[in-house]
Structure formats: structure tokens, C-alpha cells
Design a protein around this ligand. Structure first.
Ligand code: BTN
Length: 261
């Protein structure tokens, strides 16, 4: 179980046996005055929220984790926190997969990559989805909730992209061990994000772990589809696409398609 010792120093922990949505729970607590950084975690989420009004209903045994941070920052700066959060979890997954990777041949090595804006892919398949939400709270500060769902035992039903799970990959890690790795990595990456160097360092580290840099992409933005090559992300987190005509298109939101992923 996700016991009280599971989280890193400085963070409160609200662990649920079963809950509707850890993101919703975190935001509700911010609205009723919680100002301390807090983790909300469960292995069974019954009304999980996904990006673009999707649902994220995971079977019991998967891990849903959300961190609440109340800060004196703008929504634009808050948006960059998602990149630090995705990076922290990809790093945590890499660390808990050291043993599995010792058993695997070179070409089969598990590598956890970030798909813009913040899915985690392994072998080109979705393992985690991330949802970042922000809301102004009474004292003028911003409550930022970064939530991530990890397919420990199985992918949620109806995932629109090819998906996998740690169990299917042969990574036998419990939710508690995985959450401990995530909360430790979060302290580390939050520190890098917050230490005055701004987004620059996180941006570099994120690009080192990015899926599909230099590859052809199509992005559905709701109103249009932009096609081109995934060039980079800029210093606000926008995806930069280079079109066939050589035009540089910054994308703020949309669904990214790389071939099949
Ligand atoms: C997506 O890929 O659409 C994002 C899925 C985000 C799911 C996570 S699970 C923990 C947190 N709580 C929620 O209700 N959603 C996020």
C-alpha cells in the first residue's frame, strides 16, 4: 500500500485506496485552503480525467499520482512545470527499470521517452498520460496540479494510441516503489525547474528524452492539421514544427501524430 513514508521530505501525502480523480481531489483541497505541497495518490481511480475532455479510467493496480504546488507564478510559467514533471517521471521509470534492462538485449532496452506535450512512451507505445491544471486561489497565488497516470498492470480502456504497461514489458515494480521513485525524482527536477535558471535547463533535459525530434509529424489543433518536421520546443514549451516550405510554426496545443504513435 501507499503508506505515509512513501513520499519525500517536505511533501504531505494523501493516499487513497480508491478515488474519483487525484487531480480533482488535489484541486478541491487547494480550494479549501491547502497551501503545502501535497501528493494525492491511488491505485484505483474511478473517474480520472484525461486531456482534451477524455476520461482516464484505470484498472485497480495502476498508479495515479498528482502533486499540488501553490505558487506565486503566472499561468505561462506554470505550463512549463508539466515538462519538469513528465521528465521526473520518465527518469523515475528509467531508474526502476535498471534490473529489467540488465536482462534485455541492446535493441530491446527499455527507454522512456517524452512525447509532446507530455505522454511517456516506451517502444513507441503510451505508458503514461499527464494532465496539468492550474487555478487562481484566494490569496492571488496559483494552485498548480500535475497529475500522471501510469499503466502498471494494464492500459486504460479506450486509449486512442497504442498503449502498453509495465507488466507487459516485464518490469515488475509495485505501485509503492514506483511512487517513491517518482516523488524523489520530483524533488530533484522541481529544484532544477525552480532554481532561477528558469525553463532553460529543463527544456534541454526534456529534449534529450524527447520522442521524434527531427521526424515527420502531423498535429491536429482542433481547427486544422499542421504537417512538417518536429524541430524542437521553444522556451515556453511550444512545439516548433518546420513545414515543407520552411516555415516555423509554434504549436501551443494539439494532438501529435508520429506515424503510428
Ligand atoms: C491523457 O493522456 O489524456 C492524460 C491522462 C492523465 C491521467 C492522470 S491520472 C492522475 C491524474 N488524475 C486525473 O484525474 N488525471 C490525471
Amino acid at each position: 500500500s501507499l503508506g505515509p513514508k512513501a513520499t519525500s521530505a517536505g511533501y504531505r501525502l494523501a493516499a487513497f485506496d480508491k478515488v474519483g480523480s487525484t487531480n480533482a481531489e488535489a484541486m478541491a483541497r487547494a480550494r479549501t485552503g491547502e497551501r503545502d505541497p501535497t501528493w494525492f495518490v491511488t491505485t484505483e481511480q474511478t473517474a480520472g480525467r484525461g486531456r482534451r475532455q477524455r476520461v482516464w479510467i484505470a484498472p485497480r493496480g495502476n498508479l495515479a499520482s498528482s502533486v499540488l504546488e501553490v505558487m506565486d507564478i503566472s499561468p505561462a510559467v506554470a505550463a512549463t512545470m508539466g515538462f519538469a514533471f513528465g521528465l521526473a517521471h520518465a527518469t523515475a521509470l528509467q531508474r526502476v527499470s535498471v534490473e529489467a534492462n540488465l536482462r534485455l538485449a541492446g535493441a530491446d532496452q527499455l527507454q522512456y521517452l517524452l512525447k509532446w506535450p507530455n505522454d511517456i512512451l516506451v517502444r513507441g507505445q503510451k505508458l503514461c498520460g499527464l494532465l496539468l491544471e492550474a487555478e487562481a486561489v484566494t490569496d492571488g497565488r496559483l494552485a498548480v496540479v500535475a497529475g500522471i497516470g501510469t499503466n502498471v498492470i494494464a492500459a486504460p480502456e479506450g486509449t486512442p494510441t497504442p498503449a502498453t504497461s509495465l507488466a507487459a514489458l516485464g518490469v515488475h515494480v509495485g505501485a509503492e516503489e514506483l511512487f517513491a521513485a517518482l516523488s524523489d525524482a520530483w524533488v530533484e527536477f522541481r529544484g532544477i525547474w525552480d532554481n532561477g535558471r528558469g525553463f532553460g535547463e529543463i527544456r534541454k533535459l526534456w529534449l534529450d528524452r524527447a520522442f521524434g525530434v527531427g521526424e515527420p509529424v502531423a498535429i491536429k489543433t482542433g481547427t486544422a492539421t499542421v504537417e512538417g518536421t518536429f524541430d524542437t520546443i521553444d522556451d515556453t514549451g511550444c512545439l516548433i514544427v518546420r513545414t515543407a516550405e520552411g516555415k516555423r510554426m509554434p504549436i501551443t496545443a494539439g494532438e501529435v501524430y508520429f506515424g503510428t504513435a
